[in-house]
Structures are given as structure tokens and as C-alpha cells.
Design a protein around this ligand. Structure first.
Ligand SMILES: *[C@@H]1O[C@H](CO)[C@@H](O)[C@H](O)[C@H]1NC(C)=O
Ligand SMILES: *[C@@H]1O[C@H](CO)[C@@H](O)[C@H](O)[C@H]1NC(C)=O
Length: 451
């Protein structure tokens, strides 16, 4: 473990220096978010929050960023979940799009000009008194080879590089999980983490680090036969300790999908029956990491992002909206029951369903192109999307969740149409999950009822 600076010295003498506790405001300066038992606290007060994911944030210019922060602030959302990684390969992206790291084989160059866009995001968060959950890497990086008119860099959440870029550039294994085990890759990732974490170590606008979005053994690159949930747990433990060694101020969690190493997730299997469960189990191969298999995480999380036509979203009989609500609330209840026994806060690190008005844009996390759901798939109307979100959010309040993250924010009236390729018709990117006005209404209601 690398130990540097004041933090490390203090750590050696006083092991409690990074321990959770409630801090209070000094001189009216905002403080860092802390946890106590199963709640978040900010400035000494409970801090239950609603967050929105806006992964494309640092791709916007100053005017569009101000516009976006202002709308998010107005909605009452307190935390924005966004990316603190943006890896490109061989050459910078076209149109002068921002990026953070350039990989040319094993040569990695940090792009200071790109990081200054992230600086602006952090400064605006401070200005608007919003907090940021910053994600340090991601699981998905599907190839765009052979895809006609691929979306520009930054349009899809899976176009920002992440684990597979490290694997493809720094190793010849061809296995996604080399990201978690190859010492050269681990060191390269820690170098990057150190660059980002030390840059913002003193910013009270950072709510938490999210180590990885959707960590799994496989991505579009396959898993090696030896990868297990323990592989991911061991890696998370190491990265967690590394970050704590350089940053005592901020919370750390990860963005895993099902919270447990479950052969089949609870959510999509309701009524799916044993065979669907078995298919799903084979598909995802016991690869989910349990955040609690790693001894130290400051909060637990799980995503509740449903794909049209998969599991619960294939219901055709009865009242499908109610069935999606019920399976989601059952999932939420199960997460809460277990988190309670561990005494840490829990959050939904992403929740989303694709509604009818966005289904033509639906691009799953492991795809770089639009996918048409199987015939007969249940696709909620926008109104039903709002009903589903309202019911799931009500259950997170009932069950004392620390926070929830809408996947994903819908920003309109962006100005840089034509010059910023991720902006289409003045709107932020839509991968099928962009919140409809009904979804936003459910989120705004949650904000009011949380307060
Ligand atoms: C953060 O604060 C510490 C202690 O005051 C200081 O030594 C360090 O240089 C600061 N880091 C940054 C990036 O401002
Ligand atoms: C985004 O919000 C605008 C304004 O409310 C709305 O007209 C639009 O339909 C929304 N986009 C999606 C994909 O629902």
C-alpha cells in the first residue's frame, strides 16, 4: 500500500482518523458527508438524498453545465452521480471532446485540459451546493467496430473506456477480470485513482467515491475460468484501502448491480420461474460482487435497472406495471433487511426502466447500438414509468434507504447543438433510460417526502 502525505502519517499514529463519525460545521464551512449506523450525515444532520446520474456532465461546456446544475438544483436533487474517468485509445476523440486518459499501448497520458473540465464540474457543484458521487472506472466497453454510424464518444455511458481499456492495452490475457488481478493493471489504475482523489481530496462537494460502475467478472471481454465474486471482493478491498490511505475525508462505495453474489438476481426473476432463473444464472455466471464480502465499504449499494424483455420486463399477463413494482419493492426490501444487520447505509446506485417514448433509443450497457426488445416485451408508458419510480422510491423511504440514484437525468435546452456531438435537439444523451417528465415528477415528490 502506498502511504504518502499528512493523511498517512496521521493514519499511522491514530488509526481512528478515517473512522466514521458525525462532523459538524465549523465557521459555516460545509463539511464532509459521514455515516453513522445506517444513515448519511452532512453538517451534523441526517442527509437522505435523491441523486441523478448525468454521466456525460464533463462533456458539456460552461454554459450548458450551468444550465444543467441549475435545473438539477431546482428539482431538489442533492447529489449528482457522474464519471471521473474518461479513457480513450490511440488518439484523442474527434470534435475536441474532453477525455482524461489517453492509452497508446502501455503508454498512458493524463490529459490536464480534460481534467480541468472535471474541475469546473466540482466548482459548480460547490457553487450550487450540490454534491457529487464520482465513479472511478466502469465495467462496460463494447466495441464499435462494424457498427454503422456509431454514437460519438461520450454519448453512451459505455463509451468512456474503463476496465477493458486497461486490459486491452496493458495485458494480452483477453480476459476482462485481468483488470482485478494483473499487478501492472492494478498499479496503472491506482495511479489514476491517486491523480483524481488527491485533486479533490479537500472538496466538500464530493459526496463519495464510487470505485466502479457495475463490476463483474465479464464484460464484452469474457471472464477467465478462475474469476469469482471473491476476485472482485479482494480487488475492492485493496482499492478501498488504497483510497483511504490518501483520502481520509470522503466516503467510498461501489456501484455493483445486485449487492450480493447471487446466482440470479431477485428483481427480474419474479414469476420468471426456475428456468428463467437458470438462464439468468448462466448468463451472469455468479459474477456479482457483494459489497459486504469486502470488509470495508462505507455504504452498500445495488442497481435496479431493468432491461426491456428481460425477466420481469417480459410480463404479458395480469397487470405488468404492478408486477414490476412488486418485484422491485421485494428487491428493495431484501437489500434493506440485510443492510440493517450490517449497520451501514444502503442506496440504490441506479434505478431505471425504459418507457415507450424512449424505447427506440434503448442501448443496453453491453451494446454500442440500439437493441429492439423481443416482441411482446412489456414497455411501460411514461405515466407508468412515473408510477413505477414513485412506488419504488416510496419503498426506499419506508425501508430507510440512505439514498437513491435516478438513471438518468434528462437535460433540455442545451445550447451547443451542432458543435457538441452528444447533444441532439438540445437534449442530453438518451440511451433509453432518460427520465420522462412523469419520472421527474416521481423524483421531485421523493425529494419533498424525504425532507
Ligand atoms: C488538502 O489539505 C491538506 C491539509 O490542509 C493540504 O496539505 C493539501 O495540500 C490539500 N490538497 C489540495 C489538493 O488542495
Ligand atoms: C425530457 O424532458 C422534456 C421536458 O420535460 C420532455 O419534453 C422530453 O420528452 C423528455 N425526454 C424524454 C426522453 O422523456
Amino acid at each position: 500500500m502506498l502511504l504518502t502525505g499528512v493523511c498517512a502519517v496521521a493514519l499511522a499514529i491514530l488509526p481512528l482518523v478515517c473512522a466514521s463519525g458525525i462532523n459538524t460545521k465549523k465557521n459555516n464551512a460545509p463539511s464532509f458527508v459521514m455515516t453513522k449506523n445506517n444513515q448519511f450525515f452532512s453538517d451534523g444532520k441526517p442527509f437522505p438524498f435523491t441523486s441523478a446520474n448525468a454521466y456525460w456532465l464533463h462533456q458539456l461546456d460552461d454554459v450548458d453545465l450551468e444550465n444543467t446544475f441549475s435545473s438539477i438544483g431546482t428539482s431538489g436533487v442533492k447529489v449528482i452521480t457522474t464519471l471521473a474517468y474518461d479513457d480513450v485509445v490511440d488518439q484523442p476523440p474527434p470534435f475536441g471532446a474532453p477525455y482524461f486518459q489517453l492509452f497508446q499501448g502501455d503508454k498512458i497520458t493524463v490529459n490536464e485540459a480534460g481534467l480541468q473540465r472535471l474541475d469546473t464540474v466540482v466548482k459548480l457543484a460547490e457553487h450550487y451546493e450540490l454534491k457529487l458521487m464520482l465513479t472511478l472506472t466502469g465495467n462496460w466497453y463494447p466495441s464499435t467496430k462494424g457498427v454503422p454510424n456509431p454514437k460519438p464518444h461520450g454519448f453512451l455511458s459505455n463509451s468512456y473506456g474503463g476496465a477493458d481499456v486497461y486490459v486491452q492495452q496493458l495485458s494480452t490475457s483477453g480476459f476482462h477480470d485481468s483488470f482485478y488481478t494483473d499487478p501492472t493493471i492494478i498499479n496503472a489504475f491506482k495511479n489514476y485513482v491517486k491523480t483524481i482523489v488527491t485533486r479533490y481530496v479537500n472538496s466538500t462537494a464530493i459526496f463519495s467515491w464510487q470505485i466502479m460502475d457495475d463490476p463483474q467478472c465479464a464484460s464484452t471481454l469474457p471472464a477467465s475460468p478462475s474469476c469469482s465474486a471473491q476476485t472482485l471482493a479482494t480487488w475492492h478491498d485493496d482499492i478501498y484501502k488504497f483510497i483511504k490511505s490518501i483520502d481520509c475525508n470522503h466516503l467510498i462505495g461501489t456501484g455493483d448491480t445486485w449487492f450480493y453474489n447471487e446466482a440470479a438476481p431477485v428483481y427480474p426473476t419474479k414469476r420468471g420461474g426456475a428456468s428463467l432463473r437458470a438462464i439468468l444464472a448462466r448468463m451472469i455466471k455468479t459474477t456479482r460482487v457483494s459489497t459486504r464480502a469486502t470488509p470495508a465499504m462505507d455504504w452498500g449499494g445495488s442497481q435496479l435497472v431493468a432491461q426491456p424483455g428481460v425477466g420481469g420486463m417480459s410480463y404479458r399477463r395480469g397487470d405488468p406495471t404492478q408486477q414490476v413494482i412488486d418485484s422491485g419493492t421485494a428487491f428493495i426490501g431484501q437489500q434493506a433487511a440485510n443492510a440493517a444487520t450490517w449497520g451501514i447505509p444502503i442506496m440504490l446506485t441506479g434505478f431505471g426502466v425504459v418507457s415507450q417514448s424512449s424505447v427506440a433509443c434503448f442501448t443496453p450497457r453491453d451494446s454500442s447500438t440500439v437493441v429492439v426488445p423481443p416482441p411482446g416485451s412489456y414497455i411501460p408508458t411514461d405515466k407508468e414509468q412515473g408510477q413505477i419510480y414513485a412506488a419504488w422510491l416510496a419503498e426506499t423511504r419506508n425501508k430507510g434507504f440512505g439514498g437513491t440514484v435516478l438513471y438518468q437525468w434528462n437535460q433540455t435546452c442545451l445550447a451547443k447543438v451542432g458543435t457538441n456531438p452528444i447533444i441532439i435537439n438540445e437534449n442530453s444523451p438518451n440511451d433509453g433510460y432518460t427520465a420522462s417528465p412523469d419520472a421527474l415528477a416521481a423524483v421531485e415528490l421523493n425529494v419533498q417526502l424525504q425532507a
